[in-house]
Design a protein around this ligand. Structure first.
Ligand SMILES: Nc1nc2c(c(CN[C@H]3C=C[C@H](O)[C@@H]3O)cn2[C@@H]2O[C@H](COP(=O)(O)O)[C@@H](O)[C@H]2O)c(=O)[nH]1
Length: 341
């Protein structure tokens, strides 16, 4: 078996055998056309990662890279059973939910003088210290607090033992290759190995590993150690929001049976067939949208390969999902409690 299967090949295989999730090629083309003008705008590009998000680091330093590593190590499972009872964090006068509540808690800890982004700190953090740093401003705690504790201890220990305590060392070892950095992360940090078995074949999504590489590229502004010449080889990050927005935009569809289960709030297990089909088809669908978008520009004689890739498409779709919660409320997201996304 291939030690680390390619998420794109996995996605193609899953989409070809999928029974309850369908990628609509015509729908993907329409989404590409609707993105045509936006793709040339400044905030669609790499700079949007900092300019659009006040909680993201604005520097391109070692500390900023370690902030990204810490956050992406914990970048999973923020959804709540009931919308009205959510984990929320207040920071500098604003209340944050979901992924942004994680970032708010990290920045709150740093402001309190807790070195939460230092491997020497989170390698030996106790569960009580984790509870304190990620405390909620509602009665709903952050999901999977115990898992977050051991993932922090494990990742911090590896960073200390193998990379001198900083993820920047790992980045430098990748010699400006996104695929090499992805492989270094998968080889050394077990909690990032986001894989499944589908029709007795090992498949991968590597959602946190790929978004870690992408966010490292973004925080380093695509320059210096962060100049990855193969950044376009990454896929989108198969979380629980991208599938929701693809169905909302009619680029992907669920069978009636699956839609019924999702609307009932069924909780799936990591690796369930439905979950694997939703995640694999999402990756495949976005690779089609990317391809159509590049072709549309090619026909206009414009080579946009430096400006359009799965990473930037993902960021745009994810931000869109965040900004269109109301319109999207009739499309359910799939519920899995896991450390992978
Ligand atoms: N595919 C994809 N999934 C992403 C992100 C991000 C954060 N990235 C931001 C940071 C800089 C960029 O500019 C992005 O704006 C979080 N997630 C996932 O979403 C879920 C949380 O959702 P909600 O409960 O609604 O907050 C959860 O699985 C989390 O792992 C992304 O970018 N792409």
């Amino acid at each position: 078996m291939e030690p680390f299967p390619s998420p794109l090949e996995s996605a193609k295989f899953i989409a070809s055998r999928s029974k309850d999730v369908f990628v609509d090629e015509e729908g993907a083309r329409r989404v590409a056309e609707s993105l045509f003008d936006k793709a040339a705008a400044a905030e669609f590009g790499l700079a949007g990662w900092k300019s659009l998000h006040e909680l993201n680091p604005q520097a391109a330093s070692r500390e900023a890279v370690d902030w990204v590593f810490l956050v992406d190590t914990l970048n999973f499972s923020f959804w709540s059973e009931r919308e009205e009872q959510r984990y929320l964090v207040k920071y500098k006068g604003k209340t944050y939910s979901g992924y942004w509540s994680l970032c708010a808690a990290v920045n709150r800890a740093l402001d309190e003088g807790i070195p939460i982004t230092s491997a020497s700190y989170f390698a030996t953090m106790t569960l009580d210290q984790v509870r304190h740093v990620f405390r909620s401003d509602t009665e709903v705690p952050i999901p999977l607090i115990e898992e977050r504790h051991w993932v922090l201890n494990e990742s911090g220990t590896v960073l200390l033992e193998k990379f001198g305590g900083s993820f920047l060392t790992c980045v430098k070892m990748s010699e400006k290759s996104a695929q090499k950095l992805l492989r270094l992360v998968l080889e050394n940090f077990p909690s990032y190995r986001d894989e499944a078995v589908f029709e007795s074949k090992k498949v991968s999504f590597y959602k946190r590993a790929q978004i870690l590489v992408a966010d490292t590229w973004s925080v380093l502004e695509g320059k210096g150690d962060g100049f990855f010449d193969d950044i376009s080889s990454l896929t989108i990050f198969a979380d629980y929001r991208i599938p929701q927005v693809l169905v909302h935009l009619k680029a992907m569809m669920y069978s009636e049976e699956l839609m019924k289960k999702l609307c009932e709030g069924t909780i799936f297990q990591s690796g369930d067939r439905e979950e694997v089909e939703i995640r694999g088809c999402s990756i495949w669908c976005c690779s089609l949208i990317c391809r159509h978008l590049l072709q549309l520009y090619e026909r206009k004689g414009q080579d946009m390969r430096g400006k359009i890739n799965a990473v930037l498409l993902d960021y745009h779709l994810w931000d869109y999902a965040r900004d269109h919660r109301e319109e999207m409320k009739d499309v359910p997201f799939h519920r899995v409690r896991c450390i992978y996304y």
